[in-house]
Write a protein that binds this ligand. Structure first.
Ligand code: BES
Ligand code: MN
Ligand code: ZN
Length: 513
């Protein structure tokens, strides 16, 4: 990851290729910016005057700097109305500015961190004890500068990249709190990078075994425990639903168990479950070939579970957290399950598989049953479960459904703050009835005409969540971005990691602030 440093120096004395200044929306520069403008003989003020810049959120203006400033360029970036600045807007502005600098072929950049937080960010969503401003800037800039280009070989295909990010402060007393804030931001960004990498790699790299190796590697570097169940273990446990999905593939399925023991020995954990379908062809209910390549992202939920455990360990969150990742390919092989087949799940419930493309809920069924062994405080599953969630919410929010309104609300609030929006959908008895089978306990799709595909998917899962406080996040619309966003470049987003970490930190401090 890109280097980040903190420097204690006066703004004018700081040497960098690009000095980034955050500006609230205004008619003309004020405060620190006005002071600087006077020294620069109105360079900044004139941009306001001729309307090239006004501080609107994510608006940017790159200026050539001159004496007495030692930076080569000044980059102004807008924060929007001063009274409405949030941590999310700051992350966006930092991300927008960082990418603007990179596209302008600059390779080092510095963010000026005002002494008195004179841009007055209401940095909600960031740990209160730390320097919220610095954390948001670190997160936003690092996340925006993510690239996945390891498979490109020609140097000319790799344009100029930012090599170093500096956070500049004129106050010596701020340095130590900034240091811990930047460290937090880095841990979070690193976890999101891990998730994005796993999603972006093609399925001939990221297989269920690869996910397991990655989990072992992460566990090892943080002293977490990691156990990987092989097919014969799954057989012993009666995980017929997971094994059923894996039957059509040559790749053996894995069931990954990661445990972060940050809390007291007998404290019930929060369990994070992530769908780990490393490629979803649909199975015998084969998907159309157009855009099928995108189905390499069907392990997004699993990657988020893995990355969340990574961050929980790196941040030493003082509570117990378990990650469960059922991983498999969904292939149409000669031995694949066929529509109409009946599977017996670990819970003992029988499932009539009417569509082999509704495979995510099958593997999650066994994982939710396994989760109950921990008697968890809460179980949260993340899955690219239904195309229907894209019809309902587009790419702006993930759906949240569950059996516990308090948990749903808290998760939604966490997402509001971290910029990972959740939107609740109902889960009514009629939906649960719609997944009851005529000849088995459940069927994996509702009868035609029922509609509400995201809800019936969740209704199926609910039967396996049982009495555990449980929420399901359908991230099919949010885990991949079709366009560049301020701090999420086109492609894998890592949606959910920061939200879950915020939730876990609240849970650990017993403070749903
Ligand atoms: N992995 C897909 C859902 C998906 C769709 C993820 C688009 C990302 C983008 C899932 O396994 C699936 O195929 N769902 C079916 C369910 C249906 C058969 C009930 C779907 O959404 O069509
Ligand atoms: Mn599918
Ligand atoms: Zn799928």
């Amino acid at each position: 990851m890109i280097k980040t440093t903190i420097k204690n120096e006066r703004l004018l004395a700081h040497k960098t290729e690009c000095l980034i200044l955050f500006c609230p929306e205004e008619k003309k520069p004020s405060g620190k910016l006005a002071e600087l403008d006077a020294k620069l003989k109105g360079l900044i003020g004139s941009s306001f005057k001729n309307k090239r810049f006004g501080g609107k959120l994510n608006q940017t203006l790159l200026l050539n700097a001159a004496k007495p400033i030692r930076a080569d360029h000044l980059l102004l970036v807008g924060l929007g109305k001063a009274k409405e600045i949030t941590g999310e807007k700051l992350r966006q502005a930092a991300g927008t500015a960082a990418r603007h600098a990179e596209k302008s072929s600059l390779s080092t950049l510095s963010f000026y961190v005002p002494a008195d937080n004179s841009v007055n960010p209401i940095c909600d969503g960031l740990a209160k004890s730390d320097d919220n401003f610095s954390q948001a800037v670190t997160e936003g800039s690092l996340l925006s500068l993510y690239h996945f280009d390891g498979y490109k070989q020609a140097e000319k295909d790799k344009p100029c990249r930012i090599k170093q990010i500096t956070l500049l402060t004129a106050e010596k007393s701020k340095v130590s709190s900034m240091r811990s804030a930047v460290k937090r931001g880095r841990h979070l960004a690193e976890a999101v990078y891990t998730s994005r990498d796993l999603i972006s790699h093609p399925s001939n790299t990221v297989t269920p075994s690869y996910l397991a190796d990655k989990a072992r590697e992460i566990a090892k570097s943080f002293g977490m425990t990691c156990k990987v169940l092989a097919p014969r273990d799954m057989g012993r446990l009666g995980m017929g639903a997971l094994l059923g999905v894996a039957k059509g593939s040559q790749e053996p399925p894995t069931f990954i168990i990661l445990e972060h023991r940050g809390g007291a020995k007998n404290d019930p954990p929060v369990v994070i479950v992530g769908k780990g379908i490393t490629f979803d062809t649909g199975g015998i209910s084969l998907k159309p070939s157009a855009n099928m390549d995108e189905m390499k992202m069907d392990m997004s939920g699993g990657s988020v579970a893995l990355a969340t455990l990574f961050a929980a360990a790196a941040l030493k969150i003082p509570m117990n957290v378990v990650g469960l990742i059922p991983a498999s390919e969904n292939m149409p092989g000669g031995t694949a399950i066929k529509p109409g087949d009946i599977l017996k799940s670990m819970s003992g419930k029988t499932i009539e598989v009417l569509n082999t493309d509704a495979e995510g809920r099958l593997i999650l069924a066994d994982a939710l049953t396994y989760a109950a062994r921990y008697k968890p405080k809460a179980v949260i599953d993340l899955a690219t479960l239904t195309g229907a969630v894209i019809i309902a919410l587009g790419h702006q929010a993930a759906a949240v459904l569950g059996n516990n309104d308090e948990l749903t609300n808290r998760l939604q609030q966490c997402g509001e703050v971290t910029g990972e929006r959740l939107w609740p959908l109902p889960l009514w008895p009629e939906h649960e009835k719609a997944v009851k089978s005529d000849i088995a306990d459940l069927k994996n799709i509702a009868s035609p005409g029922v509609g509400a595909g995201t809800i019936t998917g969740a209704a199926f899962l609910k039967a396996f969540a049982g009495e555990q406080p449980w929420c399901h996040l359908d991230i099919a619309g949010t885990s991949w971005s079709g366009e560049d966003k301020p701090y999420t470049p086109k492609g894998a987003s890592g949606f959910g990691v920061r939200l879950l970490i915020r939730f876990l930190e609240q849970e650990a401090t017993g403070n749903p602030s």
